[in-house]
Design a protein around this ligand. Structure first.
Ligand code: MN
Length: 296
């Protein structure tokens, strides 16, 4: 399997590990962004991302530990906890903030992902959905929590716009699981906790493993020392060229510049009125960035 090591990025004092998009791999199916945070222990709240805009995508927040409070320009306020799914469909435009709530467990371990919306759906009205308990598929030697899409014939509720899957895999200590993979999908695997191997090769925590095409069954074995957990994402090849800049997914640089202007002028995306504090300013947009010159 192709392996992509994480790249650390500092989001205002909070270090995240980015796995998508990367030069080696831009997308897995429609999944175009994947950040991991934690596991962290803290006293003072660690996460405080002020209101910022999104367009052309869905955001998926999945927690292994801790809490995250979402507020958006539709007036939604939702607490994400392990086992629940926060799914925000930006459509043509939405703004949101993400914070550690005042009452918290002092722990945070989370994955944040974006799904690119197909061209025919990307201008729809924005929406936010919080889903409770996700279905669990019993696999000999472990289990899969279906976050979105379907595993082994068990489908999770949740609004999707192209064929897609996400699941949290648990492998019991010393056991092996066989995860059925959808035909024709691209798949990526991210080990999150514990020691696990694939075909005898140890897999590194927080690395993205791109599953070989046409793999019908993904076999993962946990070390004898204890349970291992991993995130599986996948989907049909997206088949559309996307542009990504800041918090936007678009098709042209003109759209990108227009979205930036609308955010700065307080148009289109709305206001996160429940957030106590200032919104984020958009960075400068360069329509034709000059490639870095290693000689200068
Ligand atoms: Mn966001």
């Amino acid at each position: 399997m192709q392996v992509i090591p994480p790249r650390e990025t500092d989001l205002g004092g909070l270090v995240v590990r980015r796995l998508l998009p990367r030069a080696a791999r831009r997308t897995i199916g429609p999944w175009c962004f994947l950040d991991l945070v934690g596991p962290l222990s803290f006293r003072a709240p660690v996460m405080d991302v002020p209101p910022h805009p999104h367009m052309g995508l869905q955001t998926v927040s999945w927690l292994l530990e801790g809490e995250m409070l979402h507020k958006d320009s539709l007036g939604s306020e939702a607490l994400a906890r392990p086992g629940t799914l926060n799914l925000m469909t930006s459509g043509r435009g939405i703004a949101h903030s993400e914070e550690t709530p005042a009452t918290h467990s002092g722990r945070l371990h989370a994955a944040q992902l974006w799904v690119a919306l197909p061209d025919v759906d990307r201008d729809i009205e924005p929406a936010f959905d919080a889903y409770g308990e996700r279905p669990i598929v019993d696999l000999a030697g472990g289990r899969a929590v279906v976050i979105l899409g379907e595993v082994g014939g068990v489908r999770a509720s949740g609004r999707t716009f192209s064929p897609i899957v996400a699941a949290e895999l648990t492998i019991d200590g010393g056991a092996e699981i066989a995860v059925p993979l959808a035909r024709g999908f691209e798949h990526g695997l991210v080990p999150l906790t514990g020691a696990c191997t694939s075909a005898g090769d140890p897999l590194a925590i927080d690395h993205l493993y791109v599953v070989e095409p046409e793999t019908g069954t993904l076999r993962l074995r946990a070390g004898a020392g204890g349970t291992a957990r991993a995130l599986l994402i996948g989907g049909a090849p997206f088949g559309e060229e996307i542009l990504m800049w800041w918090n936007f997914v678009a098709r042209t640089t003109d759209e990108m510049a227009a979205a930036r202007e609308d955010w700065q002028a307080r148009r289109r995306f709305g206001e996160v009125t429940r957030y106590a504090g200032d919104r984020l300013e958009a960075p400068a947009f360069h329509a034709k960035p000059v490639p870095a010159n290693p000689m200068s």
